[in-house]
Write a protein that binds this ligand. Sequence first.
Ligand SMILES: N[C@@H](CCSC[C@H]1O[C@@H](n2cnc3c(=O)[nH]cnc32)[C@H](O)[C@@H]1O)C(=O)O
Ligand SMILES: [Zn+2]
Length: 434
Amino acid sequence: MSKILIRAMVLPMTGADAFFPQGEICIEDDKIVSVGVLGSAPAGFEPERILELPTDVVMPGLINTHTHAAMTLLRGYADDLPLMPWLNEKIWPFEDKLTDEDIYWGTSLALCEMIRSGTTTMLDMYASMDQVASAVLLAGTRAVLSRGLIGNGPNGERALQENIELVRRYHGTGDGRLSIMFGPHAPYTCSADYLKKVKVEADRLKVGVHIHVAETQDEINIVREQYGKTPVQWLDDLGLFSGHVVAAHCVHLTTQDIEILAHQNVCVAHNAESNMKLSSGTAPITELRAKGVVVGLGTDGASSNNNLDLFGEMRSAAFQQKLRVNSTVLPAYEVLEMATVGGAQTLGLEDVGVLAPGFKADLITIDMDQPHFYPRFSIPAHLVYAAHAGDVRTVMVDGKFLMEDRRLLTMDVGKVCQETETRAKRIAMELNVK
Ligand SMILES: N[C@@H](CCSC[C@H]1O[C@@H](n2cnc3c(=O)[nH]cnc32)[C@H](O)[C@@H]1O)C(=O)O
Ligand SMILES: [Zn+2]
């Protein structure tokens, strides 16, 4: 039985007014037992460790609702292109050369970066997902994993079988840290028949579906030409939206598309930086949220961002909507909600995303005793508009420390960096790229 007490400023994300400038949080094993002001620990709670962090804010760990973790291997490999040529000419030829071990190390690099930037949970979509699962289990984070399914490619059927096997082997493992979804890639890479097959399996195994939707104008044109509908209308007509769905991007939406997403309770993974870098467009997040759509934040892969820092993503998401609509939309606290409790809802995880008794102890502390955090008018504003990855001091998942005083405890960062450098360069050589 492990009992830990953390004294810090507590931002539990249970409501805009909930903040304890001098607070404490008690953790027993994997769970939070109390959150409140100093001295609010339950009678008889005898911690074996007390962390005194009076100038840190403790808050729920951040949740990355859309990424391709192993794409760290392609960071800086292909920049300054729009989505379709980027995928077809650069990314997919490189990915064809990746081995299982490459994906293990690329994912490990992503996890090092995620932990150091305060991300405790990700929704991943990639190949060789057993390797991804192994890397996550070792790193100690939480993750929802989906096998990327390019239905129109030569491996569509095999990939679907792998996704089914992934559910059987990993759903609920790692003390519940791992869960699985199906990952049909996008409307332009999967046929109607294929998507229907995926949906049958997802329903049978009672897991969700994770898919790229309405990311670019090119996609809208392709789908309109083929089916005479918008991607959202088409997927809805196929019946894909009846269960739990995470739709990544949702940049190009009609008013009717927004109605459909809201009515079908589709959750949206918003990737502001990837959408800007690939020049895909700006998603109507303000309108989606106004209609009650649950929105989480994602980084997308490290080749279209080019980092996995959700602090940067919060700032970009806020600024992008302000530029798009006006400066009053998406205030800081709402952005923090998207990165925590909204992310948990997006991923269908009911026991993370806030600091409250009975919830999993997935939390981070941020060192607020730094010049860029003074004066202390508003902690939420500082976290969204002024903070960056390097401000995270402590990371705990499932009641276990993954990072303390910025030192990673579960992974050998030096080894991970070296391995990924060698492996990515090997592939570039094979492709005759410097
Ligand atoms: N090609 C893999 C499976 C695909 S995983 C998911 C795919 O999404 C790709 N991807 C990354 N970012 C984006 C994006 O923004 N839009 C669409 N696809 C993306 C990524 O490169 C990867 O190929 C196989 O071996 O079967
Ligand atoms: Zn993506």
